[in-house]
Write a protein that binds this ligand. Structure first.
Ligand code: ADP
Ligand code: 5GP
Length: 211
């Protein structure tokens, strides 16, 4: 009882409640996130994950991801440096404790963009985030978006669509997410995302204005 109270107190002291965004690859998480960070750069901070996949054109090391080798990533995991990690479509991805702490130290709302395995693993920690699901209108639209993005080989695209089919079902499980957003029209979806976060945004704005 006391320990549970103490751990809640500690996580409250760590700053505002983090936010998890999850949904199939190509659903529009990064697009929505970038819009949010642009409009509210003094409210949100991105948890920069580690990955073993290659950078895409335009992606910056240390900003979009920490791009690392499998050996370095495994060593970090073995060393207890990660809150969660997962294998996704042939590569490793993970959230380091340092990535989340860096954002929380600035008293910003920490945003994690993670897959379904990450969601399940974070639920076993005391991070206590708000879980938001970003879904495409259909698997066909998802395929179109991934093809137009031109970042995946045919093999990678097929693997991502396969994972998406399973994850889209899993995400409907009651209690898995606090908020479900279907990203059909971008502006509508962005409005829904802002609405879901409004309360937290106002709290952070108030605290940061008075400090
Ligand atoms: P994710 O981060 O979930 O993998 P992205 O944000 O990279 O997805 O979006 C996948 C592709 O779909 C990108 O090319 C993006 O520009 C496009 N996109 C995102 N949202 C929409 C939308 N509402 N309508 C049309 N295209 C979109
Ligand atoms: P992408 O290669 O398209 O950037 O990401 C592929 C998938 O990995 C996406 O579903 C994304 O949410 C997820 N992902 C990115 N970073 C992490 C992480 O740190 N942990 C987990 N579990 N998944 C992540």
């Amino acid at each position: 009882m006391f320990m549970r109270y103490f751990s809640r107190l500690l996580s409250a002291m760590a700053g505002p409640r983090p936010v998890v965004l999850s949904g199939p690859s190509g659903a529009g998480k990064s697009t929505l996130l970038k819009k949010l960070m642009q409009e509210y750069d003094s409210v949100f901070g991105f948890s920069v994950s580690h990955t073993t996949r290659n950078p895409r054109p335009g992606e910056q090391d240390g900003k979009d991801y920490h791009f690392v080798t499998r050996e370095a990533m495994q060593a970090g995991i073995d060393n207890g440096e990660f809150i969660e990690s997962a294998e996704f479509s042939g590569n490793m991805y993970g959230t380091s404790k340092a990535a989340v702490q860096a954002v929380q130290a600035k008293n910003l709302i920490c945003i994690l963009d993670i897959d379904m395995q990450g969601v399940k693993n974070i639920k076993r920690t005391d991070l206590n985030p708000l879980y938001i699901s970003i879904q495409p209108p259909s698997i066909d639209v998802l395929e179109n978006r991934l093809r137009h993005r031109k970042t995946e080989s045919e093999e990678s695209l097929q693997r991502r669509l396969q994972i998406a089919t399973v994850d889209m079902e899993l995400s409907k499980e009651p209690g898995m997410f606090d908020v479900q957003i279907v990203n059909d029209n971008l502006e509508v979806a962005y409005g829904q995302l802002k609405h879901a976060l409004l309360e937290e945004i106002n709290v952070v704005k108030k605290v940061n204005m008075s400090s």
